[in-house]
Write a protein that binds this ligand. Structure first.
Ligand code: NZQ
Ligand code: ZN
Length: 393
């Protein structure tokens, strides 16, 4: 096991009706003038936004509002938010929505306290300070409610880039599973896929003997395999929603990655898809992650066998372990298909002809390679997109 720090300072406020306490927690964490940031309308339609406002009113906290965050959030709205916060003297940002809203809130929070262009933070500059943020989560997916990360798309050139800093971690995050019951099945499945991908990015490691972290990863994966079909079949199943919501946080606040190297190539390769086609991040991962697995499995066949046997219930073939490894990947893809996810580029709405452009836009490291489990060249990435293009059940 490698040395590590684990820092997760967010207060998680979990359970039915807890969004009505938002005002109380904003006050606890020092907010006196709040920007309520939200998305394209689901929080308005469900009445959630009104409940959150009532809870701020009850604490005597004034607020401004900025809605309209779109999935794969854009830099243009971030600039608007920064200006609004400065004009209104905002000292706390409350994100009401999913990963896109939270990430946009984080970008605004960092940008308000910075003299330069906030995009610098998405081009390599580290965020040292940011306005405090709070979260009322409406979809279990990105894990931004517990992470220090934010991903924004620059409209000019459709560049999707991320940043990470402990300064961006939410002070509190309200997780009410009931709020996710209004999600369309497709969005629920996209979220589930993203949660599993956050675990796999950490599970496929070159660090040996981190049993505790392996087992935590497998606990989250097994939970997702069990609970996702239940909520797809029965969207109002509170307990299944609750397990998924907490799994989404655990998958990405860092705890299932401690003590080991991590990969993150599937995320990097996917981000080019959601940047170019504006598809849901989870749907892009459903297409890329199994293709990445097929491409790299021979690097450590036994690790893929571990996934296959422990998560997908495969029988171990000791004479030919590769059979087991490939069967595990096949079952993962089949699972994704069963919950309604696309399994190849065409089903995602992406074009094979764009593969050279996708590869060109992907930022590779200084050595011309990317990722932590297997360092991929641009040629390797091209092959992964090609596998994703050919994939079938
Ligand atoms: O905008 P509204 O109307 O709210 O609709 C949203 C949106 O269309 C809808 N939705 C959310 N909650 C709902 C609901 N509809 C009905 N009922 C509800 N309760 O769902 C759609 C998707 O929302 P979005 O916030 O985009 O989803 P998600 O949480 O998956 O966030 C995706 C973004 O997060 C980034 C992704 O790249 C993508 O840009 N990620 C952020 C990470 C982080 N900050 O740590 C890590 C991830 O790997 C990921 O890259
Ligand atoms: Zn993700």
């Amino acid at each position: 096991m490698e040395n590590f720090n684990f820092y997760s300072p967010t207060e998680f406020v979990f359970g039915r009706g807890r969004e009505n306490e938002s005002g109380k927690y904003v006050k606890k964490y020092g907010g006196s003038k709040v920007l309520i940031h939200y998305g394209g309308g689901s929080a308005v339609r469900s009445g959630l936004l009104d409940r959150v406002k009532a809870s701020l009113d009850a604490e005597g906290i004034s607020f401004a509002e900025l809605g309209g965050v779109q999935p794969n959030p854009r830099d243009t709205l971030v600039y608007k938010g920064i200006e609004l916060c400065r004009n209104e003297g905002v000292d706390f940002i409350l994100a009401v929505g999913g990963g896109s809203v939270i990430d946009s809130a984080k970008a605004i929070a960092a940008g308000v306290l910075y003299d330069g262009d906030f995009w610098d933070f998405y081009s390599g500059r580290h965020v040292e300070k940011a306005l405090p943020i709070g979260v009322v989560l409406t979809i279990a997916a990105a894990g931004s409610e517990g992470s220090g990360n934010s991903v924004i798309t620059k409209e000019d050139g459709l560049l999707k880039r991320g940043t990470g800093s402990d300064a961006l971690r939410s002070r509190f995050s309200v997780l009410d599973p009931e709020l996710t019951q209004t999600l369309p099945a497709y969005q629920t499945a996209c979220g589930a896929t993203d949660i599993m991908a956050h675990v796999f990015e950490r599970y496929f490691t070159n660090t040996r003997e981190v049993e505790i972290t392996d087992r935590l990863c497998e606990a989250v994966l097994l939970t997702m395999v069990k609970e996702t079909p239940r909520v797809i079949a029965d969207p109002d199943n509170y307990d299944a929603r609750a397990n998924i919501m907490w799994a989404g946080m655990v998958a990405h606040n860092g705890i299932v990655g401690v003590g080991r190297s991590q990969d993150w190539n599937s995320h990097g390769i996917e981000h080019e898809l959601s940047a170019l086609y504006d598809c849901a991040h989870g749907a892009g991962l459903a297409v890329i992650m199994p293709a990445w697995m097929e491409f790299v499995h021979s690097h450590d066949v036994m690790r893929f066998c571990q996934m296959a046997t422990r998560v997908f219930g495969c029988q171990m073939n000791f004479e030919d372990p590769e059979v087991t490894a490939l069967e595990g990947i096949r079952r993962f893809r089949e699972f994704l298909h069963s919950i309604g996810m696309p399994i190849n580029l065409a089903e995602l709405g992406a074009r094979e002809e764009d593969i050279p452009l996708l590869v060109e836009k992907l930022g590779l490291g200084e050595d011309g390679r990317t990722g932590g489990f297997v360092r991929l060249s641009s040629e390797d990435v091209r092959e992964i997109y090609s596998i994703a293009s050919r994939a079938s059940l």
